[in-house]
Design a binder for this molecule. Structure first.
Ligand code: SF4
Ligand code: SF4
Length: 396
């Protein structure tokens, strides 16, 4: 999707990844380190003068400013500045996690994490993908097709993925450049995909399909303070002091995993995308510029205890915790605001009633947010689902 000159490799056909030291989240240090990172990978920054650039950080949850489950807001601010300095129009988009517990809390996550403030100060649009228009894209997998993605992705000249360097317990070991794009799927439809593709190989096939559609032109890892242990949310902060950038997200993933002591092909998304020739995962064919990998490698990085969840049980939990919007027809005044605001057109008026088509609904709860009479509320069919949801949210 990214319309950019293809310069992700050097003259030998190798993918190039920069590895730069940056020990703290100070605006000046971040700016100079990020500029150096882009120079070293020959990123054609000036090509984007007057173009539209979408930043996709990882703002997973409503945790306080700087919590290492989320890309640091000052890191995002520095990337915004770099693109604004050359005259690009910058926008940011995200749909956070939470969908497995049957809730959507992107609005809260963007605010609590500090990203809303950063966007406001920089004067850039911050789009909550849960509440924005979406499009359906057909993909060749037997589990989930078409996939629903934020429309904004298809209206920009460049997508920049800004993953947090952190672990992930669901068989992928790291969150990384590829999985970060799962946040381009709006609302609780993310949980549907987990339910329809519960085994790691199935789920990550869907994730790789999404990466293949979006194919970001630039990936920059925030590894200044990483998360080790049981990420993506319950791990501990670890000062690594590094920034990793590449025009090849698969190569960036490979370098990051080697950096924390994981052979690149053990990360499922890296392996699957490399098998599809979406990028380079062979370290022999990756040119690392900046710091030497051997000098930055962390020997004692704590990896996650990989959770092996029975796929049938996982599917059942997701089904039980699922919420959907329910209209109280006594309160509804038929104003139509919900139908106008629904990103997938799932609400229509039939006779004298507003009706939700649950096959279309992505459970973003945008309708509940805009309803002037509070006629729409989240509804969970099974009482045990409320209890399970609380349990899952407590773990976060
Ligand atoms: S926004 Fe609320 S009041 Fe208006 S039509 Fe929808 S449910 Fe009814
Ligand atoms: S019906 Fe409501 S919850 Fe469902 S997709 Fe439309 S706005 Fe979102």
């Amino acid at each position: 999707m990214t319309k950019q000159p293809n310069k992700s490799t050097d003259s030998l056909g190798k993918s190039r990844v920069s590895l730069i030291r940056c020990l703290e989240y100070s605006p000046e240090k971040l700016l100079s380190s990020l500029k150096k990172s882009l120079e070293l990978i020959n990123f054609p920054l000036h090509h984007y003068r007057g173009k539209k650039v979408l930043l996709k950080p990882n703002v997973m949850m409503p945790k306080k400013y700087g919590f290492p489950a989320n890309t640091h807001p000052l890191f995002v601010a520095a990337v915004i500045k770099i693109f604004q300095e050359i005259g690009a129009e910058v926008v940011i988009g995200e749909s956070s996690a939470g969908s497995q517990a049957g809730v959507t809390f992107t609005s809260r996550a963007l605010k609590t994490s500090g990203l809303s403030e950063v966007a406001e100060k920089a004067g850039v649009l911050l789009q909550n993908f849960d509440l924005a228009d979406a499009v359906k894209v057909k993909v060749p997998n037997p589990f989930v097709s078409p996939v629903v993605l934020a429309k904004l992705l298809f209206e920009v000249d460049l997508v920049v993925s800004l993953p947090k360097l952190k672990t992930h317990t669901f068989a992928n070991i790291i969150t990384g450049a590829i999985k970060n794009l799962y946040g381009c799927v709006p609302g609780q439809i993310k949980a549907d995909y987990h339910r329809r593709a519960p085994r790691p190989e199935e789920f990550y096939t869907v994730v790789c399909d999404i990466y293949q559609i979006i194919k970001p032109g630039l990936t920059i890892f925030d590894g200044v303070v990483a998360m080790e242990g049981n990420g993506p949310s319950a791990g501990q902060p670890r000062n690594l002091g590094v920034i990793i950038a590449s025009q090849d997200g698969v190569a960036a993933n490979a370098v990051v995993s080697q950096l924390i002591g994981v052979p690149p092909l053990r990360v499922l998304t890296t392996r699957m995308c490399a098998e599809r020739s979406l990028g380079q995962a062979d370290l022999e064919k990756i040119e690392i510029v900046g710091e030497k990998l051997a000098e930055v490698e962390v020997k004692d990085f704590k990896l996650p205890q990989v959770q092996v969840i029975n796929p049938g049980l996982y599917r059942l939990i997701l089904r039980l915790t699922q919420t959907q919007p329910k209209i109280n027809h006594k309160k509804c005044t038929l104003c139509g605001i919900c139908a106008d605001s629904c990103p997938v057109g799932a609400i229509s008026q039939v006779d004298q009633k507003m009706i939700i088509d649950y096959n279309q609904c992505i459970r973003c709860f945008c309708c509940a947010e805009v309803c002037p009479t509070q006629a729409i509320t989240p509804y969970r069919r099974y009482w045990i689902g409320n209890w399970l949801s609380q349990l899952m949210l407590r773990r976060w």
